[in-house]
Design a protein around this ligand. Sequence first.
Ligand code: NAD
Length: 456
Amino acid sequence: MKILNPANGSVVAEVEADTSSSVASAYERARAAQAAWARTPLSERLAAVKRFRALVVARRADLALTLTREMGKPIEQAYNELNALPGRLDFFLAHTADVLAEETVFTQPDGALDEVISQEPLGVVANVSAWNYPWFVGSNVFVPALLTGNAVLYKPSEHATMTGQRIGELFHEAGVPKDVFVTLVGGGDVGAAVVEQPVDGVFFTGSYATGRRIAERVAPRMIRLQLELGGKDPTYVTDDVDAAAAAAGLADGAMYNGGQSCCSVERIYVHRAVEDAFVRAFVDTVKGFKIGDPEDKSTYIGPLARREQLDVLDEQVKDATSKGARLLTGGRRAARPGSYYEPTVLAGATNDMRVMREESFGPIIGIASVGSDEEAVTLMNDSEYGLTAGVYSRDRSRAERVLGRVHAGTVYVNACDRVSPRLPWTGRKHSGMGSTLSTYGIRTFLQPKAWHKKLV
Ligand code: NAD
């Protein structure tokens, strides 16, 4: 399998892809190794993840460059991802023992009966993952999975293969047995082969289209299935804000990582009273974003990881302008080699346009105007997705009233494009099912066992 640099199309590396038979044998080895890993004292599993953490910190320069070369993430943003990773790992390191703890929920006064809940790992889990934040979305799954005693078959995206291989090497160097964490290399066919193994859980991060296909395959097996899928995340800018400050925050939320975040701001509804000031400031901010070589530290917008997405963005611009949207900047591929798209702002957008309905996953935003909070709620909820939503307002209770009525797993007041290890990351509707992160995201790798213990 060839790994191409999206900044210029050059071949970064050639790697051996897995096959259905190598996937099946990896599964057999993981199944055989899992019970011993589950019996390994928690202190040793924690120590292995701590060593992994230290290795990531020590090698981050090399790891950041690898990520930038294979998926086009600007180098500073690759560093940001790696620099934030230890904080996530620390959350799991701090909370796994509590979640695993056995709990006596009832003791009969005469001592003749105890009722106890214990926790057991699922067993062998499959983790088929995305490329946009491979360190984050991968760690959300495989770190708590390993800490709770599961073996993991990890299939990184074909656009983050080398990062996936590094992750496997670092775990092994840190002391996780080779068969307990296995990186499997390849595209969708290898992902499908991983999901077909008789695993005890499937944890997927990616698009709704692929997630749905996996859900249909997995459903009859009655195993744990968790899906972290796409979004069409809206933000409402009320009439009481500092328009320029809101615009600066939201432009970053829409365009960071080239707009290739599951929680990128994908739709903006701005109150008519501040629309002109907001849109002007938004376009000014976007025009200041530097497009360039992702290995250059000053680059803010790099190439898109997937060349095919350029066609999607072209189509969205064409559709929007044909329906009356105003193209204020961008709207075309950048004049340079590689899969670059100019940061694009479409004002006067309406919910019948593709740019307001389909996940764009690129540096493009549709801005619509609204006349009231009521209208904003209706339009925000008019989506198949429900990952995140936000409100910018000086009035916190007004923002909370609006967000209380929005169907999304995560809501932001005066913020966007933010993930915290302490809070569950959870999509509604086509954005997925189940939760990673927080203690929910540890418990999801466990199954409870209910004990009824009577004296003879
Ligand atoms: P994708 O669906 O194209 O691919 C995801 C993974 O699935 C890849 O590893 C791919 O090889 C594999 N795959 C493809 N076909 C398969 C099949 N039939 N069976 C099994 N596996 C298969 O998604 P992507 O382009 O890698 O990622 C982008 C998408 O991921 C966006 O929609 C984004 O919003 C979403 N995402 C969501 C979250 C979240 O937390 N909700 C996080 C990151 C990305």
